[in-house]
Design a protein around this ligand. Structure first.
Ligand SMILES: C[S@@+](CC[C@H](N)C(=O)[O-])C[C@H]1O[C@@H](n2cnc3c(N)ncnc32)[C@H](O)[C@@H]1O
Length: 195
């Protein structure tokens, strides 16, 4: 079985194609940004957000080393400000959040429930049918449980007519292994649109 991080990539790989627009909401060291940049090719776009300059620098270095600069825009701002950076008619295919702190960095700079949920909520408006928002919650740190509870409550309240919501986790492992959530926008068939 895949761990949550690998499974998050499986969920993205299944739907992302050349030319898509996608979001890395917490780019950190740039691993998810690079993964998606390689899936979308030079005709697509990754918008990569982080509030820390160190994370932006790390991501830019990784992207340049892998010759993916053309399709990546790094934005030093909170993911909750995403609407400031895209046109209102932008169609987003996928987004990923890795919640928690930047590895080997200041552990007090963490994602927070209010801005995380605001960002998920705004991406939902731009997501195309069949698109996915994948969230990997590392919750072993201080305040991590609070964020996990808030995300879990928010996701479980999504209308099942419009959204499929998945929770993937190992329930017999110690030390709070990360949990992967996926929110997929349902395709509407024509008859349900007309009724
Ligand atoms: C677990 S790390 C991300 C790891 C990254 N996905 C990678 O592959 O290396 C979480 C990141 O979220 C960032 N972050 C925290 N709050 C944020 C916010 N409101 N908007 C964007 N990024 C944020 C942190 O600075 C940190 O770099």
């Amino acid at each position: 079985m895949q761990n949550s991080k690998n499974y998050s990539h499986t969920l993205l790989r299944e739907i992302i194609s050349i030319g898509d627009t996608v979001i890395d909401a917490t780019c950190g060291n740039g691993n998810d940004t690079l993964f998606m940049a390689q899936l979308i090719g030079k005709s697509g776009q990754v918008l990569a957000f982080d509030i820390q300059q160190q994370a932006i620098n790390n991501t830019l270095t990784l992207i340049q080393q892998n010759n993916c600069d053309k399709q990546v825009s790094c934005i030093k701002d909170s993911h909750s400000n995403l609407p400031k950076y895209i046109d209102s008619d932008t169609k987003i295919k996928a987004a990923i959040f890795n919640l928690g702190y930047l590895p080997k960095s200041d552990k007090s700079i963490i994602t927070l429930p209010k801005s995380t949920i605001a960002a998920i909520n705004s991406i939902q408006d731009y997501l195309i049918p069949g698109g996915r928002i994948v969230i990997v919650a590392y919750y072993g740190h201080q305040n991590g449980q609070e964020e996990l509870d808030a995300i879990s409550t928010y996701l479980s309240q999504q209308d099942q007519q419009d959204w499929s919501v998945l929770q993937y986790q190992f329930i017999n492992q110690k030390n709070c292994p990360p949990i992967c959530f996926c929110l997929e926008k349902k395709q509407k068939n024509i008859s349900s649109c007309l009724s």
